[in-house]
Design a protein around this ligand. Structure first.
Ligand SMILES: [Mn+2]
Length: 316
């Protein structure tokens, strides 16, 4: 539910197979799967763009295996770093895995189910690749080549800002999935550019706030975000700190936790997703992701010690 790759892969799955869409973020993944365990009508399940962490991967295998025993056909499509042991277990349970850390999820969904998709799906996949910083990868770049670069960039950005600006409006996010699955361009979605403008203005304000409140340790810049999403602010924290790693965190009041977003610069040589996966677990949280972009969920009272530990690990 949080980005264009997630929403777009859901849209392509919907176009290819129909069915219902459930949009979740990381804290929502396991509860959603648990709810599906009791859905007697479920026959086929596609899980897209939801990486696993040390903290939930065993339960993920457990729930999917039990669904599989009830004859549910399951396909898992993702590009986040994954424990090879978990891949083996999923394969053993006869769960179909499409997993390539080098291409975004939507590009992989497009590649796997092309024959069931419209030509327009290639454009949606190119937009998802852009927003996941993966438009330079072999398959992603080939899809982007079909279209005018500027046209794809503005479409991807408008789509992203509509998603980011509607995180508290799940019905609107489902509506976006539906529009994309009906082969609509982002600019054809009513008021999409107006929503994007609102988001752009918020981001400009955010730049000023980050300049004022950003804190630094030796190897990273960090900041607590109050009235926006952490993932929208983290790139500014990274860029304005001048460090190789940026951390932005936002309290999820209802959960007693912080949602943490972490980004690495081009010169950051440590795989942040892997590091954060194991570090988050040490602090009673969970996390993981890509080499230069990852996230974590950390118990509220542990956040500063988590950031200090991350800073120390970045020395090594
Ligand atoms: Mn993705």
């Amino acid at each position: 539910m949080e980005d264009a790759d997630g929403i777009s892969s859901a849209a392509l799955i919907r176009q290819a197979f129909g069915g219902e869409t459930v949009l979740v973020d990381y804290p929502g993944l396991m509860p959603a799967l648990e709810a599906l365990e009791h859905d007697e009508k479920l026959k086929s399940l596609y899980i897209c763009d939801l990486g696993l962490s040390k903290n939930n991967q065993d339960q993920f295998v457990e729930i999917l295996s039990s669904l599989k025993k009830k004859k549910v056909a399951i396909t898992y499509v993702d590009h986040h770093d994954i424990d090879p042991e978990i891949v083996k277990k999923l394969q053993k349970a006869k769960i179909k895995i499409i997993h390539d850390v080098n291409e975004c999820t939507t590009v992989q969904v497009y590649g796997a189910f092309k024959s069931k998709l419209s030509d327009h799906a290639a454009f949606i996949a190119a937009c998802a690749a852009i927003t996941d910083y993966m438009e330079d990868r072999p398959k992603g770049s080939r899809l982007l080549q079909i279209y005018d670069r500027q046209f794809a960039l503005i479409s991807a950005t408008v789509l992203t800002y509509n998603i980011v600006g509607h995180q508290k409006d799940p019905d609107y996010l489902l509506y976006l999935v539906e529009m994309l699955s009906e082969s609509k361009y982002p600019h054809e979605i009513p008021n999409s550019f107006e929503f994007a403008q609102i988001q752009v203005e918020k981001l400009a304000t955010m730049i000023e706030k980050v300049k004022k409140s950003l804190k630094k340790m030796k190897n990273l810049g960090y900041m607590e975000i109050i009235d926006a999403g952490a993932s929208g602010a983290v790139n500014f924290v990274l860029g304005l700190s001048g460090k190789d790693v940026g951390v932005a965190y936002k309290e999820r009041v209802d959960h007693g936790i912080y949602a943490v977003s972490i980004r690495g610069s081009k010169s950051c040589s440590i795989h942040l997703g892997r590091l954060v996966n194991s570090l988050a677990q040490d602090f009673g949280g969970s996390g993981g992701g890509h080499d230069k972009a990852c996230g974590a969920v950390i118990p509220k009272d542990k956040i500063i010690s988590f950031i200090k530990a991350l800073n120390t690990k970045l020395n090594q």
